[in-house]
Design a protein around this ligand. Structure first.
Ligand code: AMP
Ligand code: ZN
Length: 312
C-alpha cells in the first residue's frame, strides 16, 4: 500500500521538508508536501497542455472511486484560479456492484461540501432495463457494454447541458494499459487520441480532458486517504481485484521500476503518433449522436434488446 510503516517512518524523511515521511510512492513525502506536490503536478499538466480555458464549463464524470474523486477535488480547488465552471455527473450504470445508493450518496455529499453542481443519470431508464439485463439478453460482455454506454452518456449529457469539456479520472495506469492493448491490436487511431486532451473533431463531440494523465493510481489513493475523503469504489472493477493479464504484466514491471508508468506517459505525451486510418463521423439515423455507421452502437444494442424482449 501507499503509506510506509511506522518503523520506516522514523528513518524516512520527506524529500521536500525533511519532516518524517508518511507516503513513499515514487519519492517520500510528509502529508502536507504530498498534497502540495500532487496538486502542483496536476496543475502543471493542465497549464502545459492547455486543458482548461477561462469561461469553460467542465463536466467531471465521477464514479465514486478514488481516481475520479481525486480529479474532481483538484479541479474544484482550481475553479477560481482558472475561472471555469464545474459540474459532476454520476451515472447509475445498472450494475449494483458498480453503482448503488452508497456511490450516489458519496458523490452527492462530495459535491454538496464543495458547492459543485451535481447531476445524476439513470441508465436503466434510458435502456428500458438494467445494463446487466441488457448484457445478458444481447450476449454482450458486461464491462465493454457498460463502457460504451457511459461514453455515450458522457458526451450526450455534457452537450445537452451546455458543458464544453468532459473530464475523466483516467490516470497513468489506465493510459499505459490502454496503450499496450491497442498497440498490439494495431489501433493507432485510438492511440493517437490517448493524450491529456482530445479536442472535438465533430460539432456533436465534446472535448475530453484527462487531468490525472500523469498520476499513478497509488498516488490517487494516497491523495484521497490522506484527506479522508469518503469513497465508494466499485467492487467489480477495483484496482486491487482486477485480474486481466495487462494488470499483472504492468504490476510486475512496477515491482522492478516504480516510476515506469510515470515515465511512460511522459513520453507518450510528447510522442507524435499518427494513423493512416480515417473514421468519418456522421450522425446516427435514430438518435442523432455522432457515429461512423448509419445507426450508432448504442441504438443497435437497444433495438436488439427490445426485439428479443418482445419476442419472449
Ligand atoms: P472506467 O471506465 O470504469 O475505467 O472509468 C473511467 C472513467 O469514467 C472514470 O475515471 C470516471 O471519470 C468515469 N466513470 C466511470 N464510472 C462512472 C459512473 N458510474 N458515473 C460517472 N462517471 C464514471
Ligand atoms: Zn443512436
Amino acid at each position: 500500500m501507499t503509506e510506509i510503516s511506522q518503523q520506516e517512518n522514523k528513518k524516512t524523511k520527506c524529500i521536500a521538508c525533511k519532516k518524517p515521511a508518511i507516503v513513499n510512492i515514487m519519492n517520500p513525502f510528509c502529508k502536507e508536501c504530498f498534497i502540495k506536490h500532487y496538486e502542483r503536478r496536476v496543475e502543471n499538466l493542465i497549464k502545459r497542455h492547455k486543458l482548461v480555458r477561462k469561461g469553460d464549463k467542465i463536466l467531471v464524470a465521477v464514479s465514486g472511486g478514488k481516481d475520479s474523486l481525486s480529479c474532481a477535488n483538484v479541479l474544484s480547488k482550481l475553479r477560481e484560479k482558472f475561472d471555469f465552471e464545474l459540474g459532476v455527473l454520476h451515472i447509475d450504470v445498472g450494475i449494483p456492484e458498480c453503482t448503488n445508493e452508497r456511490t450516489l450518496n458519496v458523490v452527492e455529499g462530495f459535491c454538496r461540501e464543495r458547492d459543485i453542481t451535481f447531476h445524476f443519470y439513470d441508465l436503466s431508464g434510458f435502456l428500458g432495463g438494467t445494463t446487466a439485463e441488457v448484457a445478458k439478453v444481447t450476449r454482450r460482455p458486461l464491462c465493454s457494454l457498460c463502457g460504451m454506454l457511459k461514453r455515450y452518456v458522457f458526451n450526450r449529457f455534457a452537450r445537452e447541458n451546455g458543458y464544453n469539456k468532459i473530464a475523466t479520472g483516467h490516470c497513468a495506469d489506465d493510459v499505459t494499459r490502454f496503450f499496450f492493448k491497442n498497440w498490439i491490436s494495431r489501433d493507432f487511431l485510438w492511440i493517437s487520441k490517448l493524450k491529456p486532451i482530445t479536442v472535438s473533431d465533430h460539432p456533436k463531440v465534446v472535448t475530453r480532458i484527462r487531468p490525472l494523465y500523469e498520476m499513478l493510481e497509488a498516488e490517487n489513493l494516497a491523495y484521497i486517504q490522506i484527506q479522508q475523503i469518503p469513497i465508494a469504489g466499485c467492487s467489480r472493477c477495483s484496482y486491487f481485484l482486477r485480474r486481466d493479464k495487462w494488470f499483472d504484466i504492468l504490476r510486475l514491471i512496477d515491482e522492478h521500476k516504480k516510476d515506469f508508468k510515470f515515465n511512460f506517459v511522459k513520453a507518450l505525451e510528447v510522442a507524435e503518433i499518427s494513423s493512416k486510418e480515417k473514421r468519418d463521423f456522421g450522425e446516427c439515423a435514430n438518435c442523432g449522436e455522432p457515429t461512423d455507421g448509419d445507426v450508432c452502437a448504442v441504438c443497435r444494442v437497444k433495438e436488439r434488446y427490445n426485439r428479443i424482449k418482445l419476442s419472449v
